[in-house]
Design a protein around this ligand. Structure first.
Ligand code: FE
Ligand code: FE
Ligand code: ZN
Length: 291
């Protein structure tokens, strides 16, 4: 079965119910959200009534609640020792919020070493994740995202992610979120996706993949820029992304679009999901939406 959705919003008032309604409006059967603004630490108590309403709506509309995930805010940087205490505390709270919402996983950017070097960065991330799991004993998983390698980002290669995984004691709570734009930016040649997947499998294991972010990329392979593009408007292209989405070994994995809004105001997801479901690209779809 195809599990396709996008990034959606979550608000103070309606919380997960708002996210669910937005996802349904796009024709999605999964989605991803931030538990609050990604750039600040303001979070509100989870409203169990809204959560229950959301879960009932998901059931009614065929949204797979066990494929729905959250994304940790960018302000968490476990690779920076000066910020580690904050990051550990906030990530632990995020896991508890996910648990209260019935959400099974949260995607995390491993971190940026801010000039201290990859090795020290990786050690700091491992220390951070082990500290999180000292206080959190539930079953929500942290999915480390494959990164573009912008600035001093860690997680650009499968080997770096493997090093982190190896150092974390609670391995059953860890997985990987692939991001197509990031992998291409990092230098992986997705036109030969089977080889990339094989390499991933030999280093990390296919069974570790918990989610895939589906994004076209504004930049050439290896650019380390991390600029997402709408499907068919970037250097990856619709057919290549479709191949990844429908890859037989990745069938059960939720696929999440994080492509940019059109003119910064119109969500592209309804159309992108429709084209994915139809497995047919419509030339000029973006222009026809905003005109
Ligand atoms: Fe991300
Ligand atoms: Fe992503
Ligand atoms: Zn990105």
């Amino acid at each position: 079965m195809l599990y396709i959705g996008s990034h959606v919003s979550f608000d103070k008032q309606d919380q997960l119910l708002k996210s669910t309604k937005e996802a349904i409006s796009y024709g999605a059967n999964t989605f991803m959200f931030y538990t609050g603004a990604p750039q600040n630490t303001l979070r509100y108590p989870i409203n169990d009534e809204k959560t229950l309403e959301a879960l009932m709506l998901m059931k009614k509309e065929g949204v797979a609640f066990d494929k729905v995930g959250a994304h940790a805010p960018y302000i968490i940087n476990l690779a920076n020792p000066d910020n580690l205490e904050f990051g550990v505390r906030f990530l632990t709270e995020e896991l508890e919020r996910c648990q209260a919402l019935g959400i099974k996983f949260i995607v995390l950017h491993p971190g940026s070493h801010v000039g201290r070097g990859i090795e020290e960065g990786i050690e700091t991330i491992i220390r951070g994740l082990n500290s999180v799991f000292l206080n959190y004993h539930g079953d929500v998983k942290i999915l480390l995202e494959t990164m573009a390698g912008k600035g001093t980002e860690i997680g650009r290669t499968f080997e770096e992610l493997k090093e982190i995984m190896d150092g974390v004691e609670r391995k059953e709570n860890l997985g990987i979120c692939m991001d197509t734009c990031h992998m291409s930016d990092a230098g992986y040649d997705l036109t030969d996706f089977d080889s990339v997947l094989k390499e991933f499998d030999s280093i990390l294991g296919i069974d570790k993949i918990g989610c895939i972010h589906i994004n076209d990329s504004k930049n050439e392979r290896g650019a380390h820029k991390d600029r997402h593009e709408n499907l068919g408007y970037g250097t990856l292209g619709f057919d290549l992304l479709l191949k990844i989405i429908y890859h037989p070994l990745l069938e059960e994995i939720p696929k999440i679009l994080e492509t940019p809004y059109i003119n910064r105001e119109i969500a592209p997801y309804k159309k992108e999901i429709e084209m994915i479901r139809n497995q047919t690209y419509e030339d000029g779809w973006r222009e026809s939406i905003h005109s």
